[in-house]
Design a protein around this ligand. Structure first.
Ligand code: COA
Length: 165
């Protein structure tokens, strides 16, 4: 019998590039799997051509038809708002989420943005640990921000000026 653990590759190689129209079906599938309040296909479709958007996907290097994750952010004046980041369930904890956030922060800094901000569910330990490890700090609490569960949101920010990536 095949042990699913032994079938897992030891190191997963992936690449990150800008999202294109053809990515949207897989983006929507990942979104639906990763978030309790999914966004529609047309919402994502518009983001591909949004000049104020930073929209990246991660693909497996040796199987580029497989989307491993994506990240979507907006540039609002001099701030980067990270809106969505998710990684395919069976490819988590392999560095893909960190690489997607780092890529976005680097691009935002290069284009002159000064600060990054995001909201995260207070019980989303994995995401909070990821952001704190990238020098985000908690600056506020939005009570009952998530209408589906009534959870509070933590508001996190990071300076892009001091970004050491
Ligand atoms: C949050 C998420 C994107 C992280 O993606 P990932 O590819 O698994 O993350 P990485 O492998 O790059 O891990 C980076 C860091 O995140 C933290 N982390 C990731 N998964 C974790 C877990 N299950 N528990 C605790 N910390 C975790 C660790 O600090 C880790 O660093 P380390 O490996 O040096 O310990 C992923 O869990 C996910 O898609 N979650 C569902 C969608 C979601 O909640 N998005 C965030 C909305 S704000």
């Amino acid at each position: 019998m095949t042990n699913p653990e032994s079938a897992k590759p030891e190191k997963t190689e992936f690449l990150i590039r800008k999202a294109i129209d053809g990515d949207i079906p897989q983006v929507v599938a990942l979104d639906n799997a990763g978030f309790p309040t999914p966004w529609s296909e047309s919402t994502y479709q518009k983001e591909v051509n949004n000049s104020k958007g930073l929209f990246y996907v991660a693909l497996l290097t040796d199987q580029q038809s497989v989307m491993a994750g994506f990240i979507l952010s907006w540039a609002v004046v001099d701030q980067l708002h990270i809106l969505r980041v998710t990684v395919k369930n069976d490819l988590r904890k392999m560095g893909i989420g960190r690489a997607l956030v780092e890529k976005t922060l680097e691009e935002a800094k290069t284009s002159g943005l000064k600060m990054a901000l995001l909201e995260v569910r207070e019980r989303n330990t994995a995401a909070i640990k990821l952001y704190l490890s990238l020098n985000f700090i908690t600056v506020g609490l939005r009570r009952k921000y998530y209408t589906d569960t009534g959870e509070d949101a933590l508001l996190l920010t990071a300076s892009l000026v001091d970004l050491g990536l």
